[in-house]
Write a protein that binds this ligand. Structure first.
Ligand SMILES: [Zn+2]
Length: 479
């Protein structure tokens, strides 16, 4: 099996999603489409449960919009259609009839929702409004596709759309969205940096975009979440106007923010190891696997004891699998469940049965502990929270160890030419010309600047023009 860290990461990723039966990719005759297998679907479901809860407790309501968008609607906002034109799939026929108006498979839903907001929202008293949907979107990616990371059917697109009476309230919403994503990734133990994307890389039709990036084991950055201040561009195009408190009319202010199955790609990549998946306990489809170990003579004793333990744990609400398959050795079973990343394994043989204990093995440290049965549940609970903390700490160490601030261009170039990879931070004057030239020279893509003033280091000169360094620019090899 391939190693996770470094050049072989892509091979490792493809190996693990296949071996752990998460996602079947590359065998379907349409490029860029994958199949969520039962185990993967459960992981996906548990991840979505977390984001649904975070959105619902902040007043977001779930909706479902049509998949097809008429060309006339998609092209109403000019910047938007310019940005997406090359990525849209068109439906041109219904049966053998050619359609009068071509229909796009939604690449995102700002246009559809704006069309409806014009009908639904009449007064500032109805605002703010916060909607979200979880659906498939389609984008004709021309770059090489990659399972979950660069697909043509994005099957797990969570898009939120909000409407506000003022610019200030829309900006307050941006802060709320950033906070929601911060909590979401934190619950998954995924480390990230938050950057305001440079103007040349913002969402088509937005005033600005804030993005969450993580760093995969090959030291390339992966965008895992984006938050856009749309301003009034869509509401002007779609005539979404409300009466304000002072009785004047104004266009509504909008934001939108999204995540996709890239979050699950990140979850798998950041927490796994060379042995397979390593799932955080809060999203693992199986909490505990029990492997009974016996010879024919003691089978009955051991299995009676295992059944008791099984019942006790089910009563505590855990999802348990007892791997009592006859024709497989315990060694095979250990390997099998390690690949699937089950957080806790209990090995139970005659020794455990006769001493009223279980042997608990943690997936993350693979540490073995013999535990008396009356302490079993509390030990499992402790192990679960300790696994979560450990995964989170490992993830943050990884990204922090691979962020480097360099204030001199020659030094940066020397490092990159010597093969250094990670997130490079350099002082920047804020001008597009310098930012774009950095991309060219260094051969990394610009991720943008911190949104938090505290993260802007020092008071150094722009690495390109020598002008005042107003902020820093982050650059990395990206997906
Ligand atoms: Zn400059």
């Amino acid at each position: 099996m391939p190693t996770r860290i470094g050049e072989k990461f892509s091979e490792w990723f493809e190996w693990v999603i296949e071996e752990a039966e998460v996602y079947d990719y590359g065998r379907y005759p349409v490029k860029g489409c994958g199949v969520w297998r039962p185990y993967g679907f459960k992981i996906r479901w548990n991840v979505l449960k977390i984001i649904r809860k975070l959105l619902e407790e902040t007043g977001h309501e779930e909706i479902l919009l049509p998949l097809l968008i008429p060309r006339s609607v998609l092209e109403k906002e000019k910047e938007h259609i310019r940005g997406f034109e090359e990525e849209v799939y068109w439906v041109t026929h219904g049966g053998s009839d050619e359609l009068d108006v071509k229909l796009a498979l939604r690449p995102t839903s700002e246009t559809i929702l704006s069309l409806y907001e014009a009908l639904w929202i009449k007064s500032y008293k109805q605002l703010p409004k916060k909607y979200f949907q979880i659906c498939s979107i389609f984008r004709y990616e021309t770059k090489a596709t990659k399972p979950m990371i660069r697909v043509r059917e994005v099957t797990t697109f969570k898009e939120a759309h909000t409407a506000h009476a003022s610019f200030e309230d829309a900006e307050r919403q941006i802060a709320e969205a950033v906070e929601i994503y911060r909590k979401f990734f934190n619950e998954l133990g995924i480390s990230f940096i938050i950057s305001k994307r440079p103007d040349w890389d913002k969402f088509a039709g937005a005033l600005y975009t804030i993005a969450f990036d993580t760093l995969l084991p090959d030291k390339r950055a992966l965008q895992i979440g984006t938050v856009h201040l749309l301003g009034q561009s869509f509401t002007k195009a779609f005539e979404v106007r409300v009466q304000l408190k002072d009785e004047t009319l104004d266009y509504v202010w909008q934001t939108s923010y999204g995540i996709s199955e890239r979050v699950i790609a990140a979850l798998i990549s950041i927490h796994g190891d060379d042995r397979g998946l390593m799932l955080p306990p809060n999203v693992a489809p199986i909490d505990i696997v029990i492997v009974p170990i016996y010879s024919v003579e003691v089978k009955r004793n051991v299995m009676e004891y295992v059944d008791n333990i099984h019942k006790m744990l089910v009563d505590h609400g855990y999802n348990i699998v007892v791997d009592d398959r006859e024709d497989y050795s315990p060694g095979y079973k250990f390997f099998y469940w390690e690949i699937r990343g089950v957080p806790i394994r209990l090995d139970i043989g005659l020794r455990e049965a006769s001493s009223n204990t279980v042997t608990m093995v943690r997936r993350d440290t693979r540490e073995k502990l013999e535990i008396p049965i009356d302490k079993m549940v509390s030990s499992i609970e402790n192990a679960r929270s300790s696994i979560m903390e450990n995964l989170r700490a490992r993830a943050w160490k990884w990204i922090n160890d691979n962020i480097l601030y360099v204030k001199d261009m020659d030094e940066a170039l020397k490092m990159v030419n010597n093969g250094w990879r990670g997130i490079l931070q350099v002082p920047w004057c804020g001008r597009a010309k310098c930012g774009l030239e950095m991309e060219d020279k260094i051969g990394f893509r610009t991720l943008g600047s911190p949104i938090d003033e505290d993260e802007v280091i020092g008071n150094h000169k722009c690495v390109l023009c020598g002008g005042e360094g107003k902020t820093i620019m982050r650059l990395a090899k990206t997906y």
